[in-house]
Design a protein around this ligand. Structure first.
Ligand SMILES: Cc1cc2nc3c(=O)[nH]c(=O)nc-3n(C[C@H](O)[C@H](O)[C@H](O)COP(=O)(O)OP(=O)(O)OC[C@H]3O[C@@H](n4cnc5c(N)ncnc54)[C@H](O)[C@@H]3O)c2cc1C
Length: 332
């Protein structure tokens, strides 16, 4: 057993998975997260986007030894179901017989990973703690306790920055000589919508597929949930002839859906409520190098390489960071 302390900044998907890897190797793991503890507070009031998990992601889950626990929150999608404008649906398999990608709720998966990591006696979580400074000259890190306003500086010989696309850990590295950094936003935004279950709890569409309504420069997708619902995401430009800027009232939203997604309207009785209740969010890509500082600070996941969702690889790539790092970091 190692007795070294490792600090993880950010208890999102990658941070909580990496905590499991380190805990299994005997590190004393301290995880700091600016949000409240979703094990008590729930995740985003129960709302979350869904993600497609592929083999790259499962490999990390396997290596952490937690597949059995996570399989219960994942639904296999062996192919995609294309919804044409005419109402015709066409199934396109993703791979050979038995191959699939898996639908997982980001919040649900995060919650499960927190439970798994939190069960290790050598993992301590500090929620509502925001990283405000990483000292590159001394092995210390500073957090603000968001409940009390107290600022705490801790010894930090080993830091993992898993604090997402707007990483505070990366921000410290960005100020060093020859650090390359690039961030750019898509012209498109996204909005989460819902297809609720039928009254008997069954799915309103085939649950064994990732449903896509492709419409040129915009699209709607729907991923199945175990409770009979689908989580939908609509991707649309912020501005332009067909864009969010022209969806300003109920009539415009209904006319838009009637024109582009007519077969989805009967499936979405809460469409208008969801449309106004949920934010329109942006999509950022982040590239930077190097990902480490003097062998004691390392960026993982979106903090190192946030990518737009159309590849379905952001989480998968972050989980693969864990697999690869573990292959040489944890073995000695
Ligand atoms: C619409 C959409 C669809 C997507 N679909 C897919 C998909 O199908 N497949 C896929 O693989 N990926 C997908 N992704 C990408 C995926 O969601 C991300 O790659 C993944 O969540 C990254 O995990 P992470 O842990 O690196 O970062 P995050 O999930 O962003 O977690 C970072 C954590 O750090 C915390 N934090 C931030 N700053 C601080 C601070 N200063 N101090 C303390 N804590 C802090 C945050 O609160 C958060 O909990 C999608 C993304 C979007 C937006």
């Amino acid at each position: 057993m190692k007795n070294e302390t490792a600090i993880i900044v950010g208890a999102g998907l990658v941070g909580s998975l990496w905590a499991v890897f380190l805990a299994r190797r005997g590190y004393q793991v301290k995880v700091f997260e600016r949000r409240s503890d979703m094990r008590q507070a729930g995740y985003y009031g129960g709302k979350s986007i869904n993600l497609a998990m592929s083999e790259r992601g499962w490999k990390a889950i396997d290596q952490a030894g937690i597949r059995e626990k996570l399989e219960k929150v994942a639904i296999p999608m062996p192919g995609r179901m294309i919804h044409n404008l005419s109402g015709e649906v066409v199934f396109q398999p993703y791979g050979k017989e038995g191959e699939a990608i898996y639908s997982v709720s980001r919040g649900g998966l995060n919650l499960e990973l927190l439970h798994i990591a939190g069960a290790f006696p050598n993992v301590e979580f500090y929620f509502e703690h925001r990283c405000v400074e990483v000292d590159l000259n001394n092995p210390v890190i500073t957090f603000e306790d968001m409940k009390t306003g107290e600022v705490k500086t801790l010894d930090a010989p080993l830091i993992f920055g898993t604090d997402g696309a707007f990483s505070a850990v990366r921000y410290a590295l960005q100020r060093t000589d020859r650090f390359n950094y690039r961030q750019f936003y898509l012209d498109h935004g996204y909005k989460e919508l819902t297809i609720p279950p039928n009254a008997d709890g069954s799915h309103r569409m085939d649950p064994d597929a990732l449903h896509i309504w492709p419409r040129g420069n915009h699209m709607l997708i729907a991923l199945p949930n175990a409770d009979g619902s689908f989580t939908c995401t609509m991707f649309l430009p912020f501005e332009g002839p067909v864009s969010f800027e022209h969806l300003t009232n109920d009539a415009e939203v209904m006319a838009f859906f009637g024109k582009y997604f007519p077969d989805a309207i009967p499936l979405m009785p809460t469409l208008l409520h969801d449309f106004w209740a949920n934010p329109t969010s942006s999509l950022v890509t982040v590239q930077c190098s190097p990902w480490q500082w003097q062998g004691r600070i390392l960026l993982l996941g979106d903090a190192a390489h946030a990518i737009v969702p159309f590849y379905g690889q952001g989480m998968n790539a972050g989980f693969e960071d864990c697999t690869i790092l573990a292959s040489f970091f944890c073995s000695n």
